[in-house]
Design a binder for this molecule. Structure first.
Ligand code: NAG
Ligand code: NAG
Ligand code: NAG
Ligand code: NAG
Ligand code: NAG
Ligand code: NAG
Length: 267
């Protein structure tokens, strides 16, 4: 009987006391690749990684817990540098990842595809480079992909249009190129699925819903302006030229006249 009570007690205590090895690996690796020069991450220590959650309570500022597992990680505007560890994918219960408004560089790990519960991905306003991993399509619950204001290159993966729940998508102000996938730009109807605001600020990105490409880098207005401007300039130039020429010949003639009068006998 006593043994049973002890067993029951251990059982009841287990979910609270036990740490999750996946979350621990996730946090340990993430803390190794992220740099925190201003020491803004409080409690980001080995002992907390081993036990970041107690049920619904989090000992790790920025993390939210549910049943002893991290399900939200929000580390925004903390001047973080460094890169995102691929081991972040070990936080398998993660539903929301927000690392926006830092100075994080490196690439977006394609291993994020293993976060099958991920609904929100906000990595905006960082210094992320490389391509948007098409594997993100495997995170079938993705509602929000916000990658605006980074240094991302390459094309927008066509596959992302397959994300049925996607309600917010922003890749503006990167260095993306190529056509906007019709699956993201067009809805089956006439309205755009995501409007131009989601795509602006990428020099070599084109297609609906962005306004048509400017003709070879110069807009019609600029060409007309340059034409008119140079016409006016040449007109002014030739006018002053004629003026100067007239002035010179006038002076020359006056001088000739003077010379001539010099040799003229005085009467
Ligand atoms: C840091 O973690 C300890 C337990 O590891 C906890 O008691 C403390 O409240 C935590 N501090 C913050 C700011 O969450
Ligand atoms: C970001 O943090 C800085 C300093 O910590 C603060 O001044 C600023 O208001 C914060 N910005 C936002 C958008 O929270
Ligand atoms: C943790 O993540 C790494 C990198 O994605 C992966 O190689 C490893 O298999 C993962 N471990 C577990 C237990 O999921
Ligand atoms: C992503 O984070 C930024 C900055 O924290 C915020 O302004 C923006 O609204 C977020 N994006 C979405 C789609 O919630
Ligand atoms: C997308 O919509 C625009 C405007 O309605 C249309 O001109 C274009 O042909 C459409 N593209 C595709 C691939 O459906
Ligand atoms: C684009 O869509 C967003 C919401 O997704 C809306 O807030 C914004 O006003 C729209 N912009 C234009 C120019 O239609």
């Amino acid at each position: 009987m006593g043994l049973l009570i002890v067993l029951l007690l251990t059982c009841a205590a287990l979910p609270w006391a036990s740490s999750d090895p996946s979350d621990e690996a996730c946090l340990t690796h993430l803390s190794q690749t992220l740099k925190d020069p201003l020491k803004n991450l409080q409690n980001w220590t080995k002992s907390t990684f081993a036990n970041p959650c107690s049920g619904f309570t989090s000992y790790l500022p920025g993390a939210t817990c549910n049943n002893g597992r991290i399900y939200k990680l929000s580390l925004t505007n903390l001047s973080l540098q460094g890169s995102i560890s691929p081991f972040l994918s070990n936080c398998t219960n993660l539903q929301s990842l927000d690392l926006s408004s830092n100075s994080i560089s490196g690439t977006i790990p394609q291993d994020l595809q293993y976060l099958v519960n991920l609904a929100v991905l906000n990595l905006s306003s960082n210094r992320l480079e490389g391509e948007i991993p098409p594997q993100l399509t495997l995170c079938a619950y993705l509602n929000v992909i916000d990658l605006h204001d980074n240094l991302l290159t390459g094309q927008i993966p066509q596959e992302l249009g397959l994300l049925a729940r996607l309600s917010a998508f922003d890749v503006s102000y990167n260095k993306l190129s190529g056509p906007i996938p019709a699956s993201l730009g067009n809805r089956s109807g006439a309205l755009p699925r995501f409007n131009a605001t989601s795509f602006e600020g990428n020099k070599d990105l084109y297609g609906y819903p962005l306004p048509p490409m400017k003709t070879k880098g110069l807009s019609v207005l600029a060409i007309v302006g340059i034409g008119l401007g140079s016409g006016l300039a040449s007109l002014v130039l030739s006018f002053t030229g004629v003026c100067i020429w007239l002035k010179i010949t006038e002076e020359k003639m006056a001088a000739e006249e003077g010379k001539v009068s010099q040799y003229m006998p005085d009467y």
